[in-house]
Design a protein around this ligand. Structure first.
Ligand SMILES: Nc1ncnc2c1ncn2[C@@H]1O[C@H](COP(=O)(O)OP(=O)(O)OP(=O)(O)O)[C@@H](O)[C@H]1O
Ligand SMILES: [Mg+2]
Length: 362
């Protein structure tokens, strides 16, 4: 059965998916999650190495995974993705000279950054020069070191570190067409938004080719905090209210104001959701303004916060796009995970990242 394992270390928990691939669809063999204590991971970044390692040990003690090799992902404010245009050269040469090429292009000292480049397309400048357009990824070395540290302390073996957004694309992006027609005319441009606790991954792609990636430092936890602040209640109570009340309806006539606790909570949620939705919309506005390609056809929504009732409608209203909430499970064969349908359903929204990381390693 041995498959590839994707390990997602998120702000609210650690989760791993084991996926095996054979003929046809990939099979989900295992899926498990262990919550993290507050502060162990902050804004998507490992802070307390020992606490994360302890959660990972528990994940491995209960998850029945067949190997200790894991593919990791990063998404936080210390990893940035920029679309850049560089003079054309063979990819190996380009990667070798990336530190030199990138020094003015990334907002961090180059000697403290891990760099990667994903070529998108070759083109010719008006001057006739041959250029290469692609996505430059720069991650803080210190941030990645801490992540790897926690994983190794749990006696796991990291085999790769991927950009979480790419894992999300692999996991739920539709119509991944191989070959030169993949991003040609007629192939719909799709937006994908994965909303977690403190990080939101925004990606625009065409036929599986990423066109735009943005990592927003906000998510569902900020909604919970808004409720806790407004009502002066503990985080746990605010979380409960959030899950009960949802994001609120799209802007319409204001509901009757009755001054109750849930009324205050509803207002806090509506305001915080507006801020989140505005930020996501802003990313698309930026994409549309800075790119000549076809308009976005629709939006896929995933992540733990996709469970927030009404977030899809708020997003659809703000972006004027059809929004569909998805998980990676329908396109996988479900193996003997040992999970009930109910348990799988609960894990599904947050499984997008670990499944995508596993698919990348399979
Ligand atoms: N039923 C629900 N309704 C609303 N929100 C929910 C529900 N269930 C979970 N959430 C929210 O989902 C968020 C966690 O999502 P997810 O598991 O994708 O984040 P994470 O990967 O741990 O964190 P991040 O990616 O931001 O570092 C939390 O903010 C939680 O409140
Ligand atoms: Mg996450």
């Amino acid at each position: 059965m041995a498959g590839a394992i994707g390990l997602d270390i998120g702000t609210s928990g650690v989760r791993a998916a084991e996926v095996s691939s054979g003929k046809g669809r990939a099979t989900l063999e295992r899926l498990a999650e262990v919550p993290l204590p507050p502060g162990a991971v902050r804004d998507g970044e490992v802070v307390d190495v020992a606490a994360v390692a302890a959660a990972l040990r528990e994940l491995w003690a209960t998850g029945r995974f067949s190997t200790k090799k894991v593919a990791l992902g990063v998404a936080n404010s210390r990893v940035v993705v920029r679309q850049v245009e560089l003079p054309w050269m063979p990819l190996a040469d380009l990667k070798a000279s990336l530190a030199f090429q990138a020094q003015d292009l990334v907002p961090m000292p180059i000697d403290q950054a891990l760099l990667d480049f994903h070529p998108l397309e070759e083109f010719e400048a008006p001057t006739g020069a041959r250029l290469l357009r692609g996505l430059l990824v720069a991650a803080s070395r210190e941030m990645v070191d801490k992540l790897v540290d926690a994983v190794q302390q749990a006696k796991l073996v990291p085999t790769s570190v991927d950009l979480t957004s790419f894992a999300v694309l692999r996991s739920i992006g539709s119509v991944v067409i191989a070959g030169p027609a993949a991003d040609g005319p007629g192939v719909p441009v799709e937006a994908i938004v994965d909303v977690g606790a403190c990080v939101t991954n925004v990606l625009v792609h065409q036929g599986g080719v990423p066109r735009f990636v943005r990592i927003l430092p906000m998510g569902g936890q900020h909604l919970t905090e808004a409720v806790a602040d407004r009502l002066g209640v503990p985080f746990e109570r605010a979380e409960q209210l959030k899950q009960e009340l949802g994001a609120g309806a799209p802007d319409g006539p204001a509901p009757e104001w009755d001054g109750s606790e849930s009324d205050h909570a509803r207002r806090a949620l509506a305001d915080a959701t507006s801020a989140l939705v505005a930020e996501i919309r802003g990313s698309f506005d930026y994409y549309v303004a800075s790119s000549g390609t076809a308009p976005i056809a629709h939006l896929l929504l995933s992540g733990g916060s996709a469970r927030l009732a009404g977030l899809d409608a708020r997003l659809s209203e703000a972006t004027r796009l059809p929004v569909r909430t998805v998980t990676p499970l329908p396109r996988l064969r479900i193996g003997r995970t040992g999970l009930s349908e109910h348990a799988l359903g609960l894990l599904a929204p947050s499984s997008t990242v670990p499944v995508g990381l596993a698919l990348g390693a399979a």
